[in-house]
Ligand binder design. Structure first.
Ligand code: SAM
Length: 215
């Protein structure tokens, strides 16, 4: 078996990827920074072994930092899904840059995904950094988890980032999803000031890195 790529090396590769050129506020388009993505993905593989030889769904993939990182750590196949065509074009060019062929991309609203996949494709691992779902799109964060769980295989695992302020909500929700839910880490996440209502260059927020495992 090939050796797992070091976290620092993964981060360096992910730094080379293009991000959103014109981020759309309503879609909450901010990419997961290379440092955070590398920490997440390296933990997912080195601690839990949930990437190597696994099929992965990158939900709300944006420019595919999480999907590409998953392949670099040994995922056998990745499907990236996003509602936004422009984000998928950037993803496609990032895939070209790395000459990756084990990733497919589809344009789809998360709400329609189960219908589009017709329940046929089930994934070993779902990974996402969904919209926070706390403003105009209330509940979208939870809906992403709902749909992600629906797309998991029987023993699948879902990893996600959510605002720490929603931690209690997700712990309460977990039994109804029939998952074991665990916060693996709390991260300080600097949201770039791509959004006009932010007066500072970036805004630090507390974000939880979650693992949801099907029972
Ligand atoms: C916070 S960004 C994360 C992007 C990427 N996963 C990353 O980690 O860099 C959220 C992504 O969700 C996408 N998105 C927002 N609403 C969506 C929806 N209803 N269905 C599918 N994707 C959506 C956005 O276009 C955006 O790319």
């Amino acid at each position: 078996m090939t050796k797992l790529m070091k976290r620092k090396e993964l981060e360096q590769h992910l730094q080379e990827l293009d991000g959103f050129s014109k981020p759309k506020i309503l879609l909450e388009q901010y990419e997961t920074r290379a440092h955070i993505a590398a920490c997440m993905l390296h933990t997912i593989e080195s601690v839990f072994g949930d990437l190597r030889q696994k099929t992965v769904l990158d939900l709300g993939c944006g420019c595919s930092v999480l999907g590409i990182g998953s392949v670099l750590l040994g995922a056998s196949y990745v499907l990236g899904v996003d509602i936004d065509e422009e984000a998928l074009q950037i993803s496609a060019s990032n895939l070209d840059q790395f000459e990756l062929t084990d990733i497919d991309l589809i344009q789809c609203d998360v709400k329609s995904l189960p219908r589009v996949l017709e329940g046929k494709s089930k994934f070993d691992t779902v990974i996402m950094n969904p919209p926070f779902g706390t403003k105009h799109n209330k509940g979208l964060d939870s809906l992403f988890v709902d749909i992600g769980l629906e797309c998991l295989s029987e023993k699948g695992v879902l990893y996600s980032l959510h605002k720490s302020s929603t931690r209690d909500y997700f712990y309460k929700k977990a039994p109804s999803w029939k998952v074991e839910a665990r916060v693996l880490a709390q991260l300080r996440y600097d949201l770039p000031a791509t959004y006009k209502f932010h007066s500072k260059a970036s805004v630090d927020i507390e974000v939880d890195f979650w693992r949801f495992e099907k029972k």
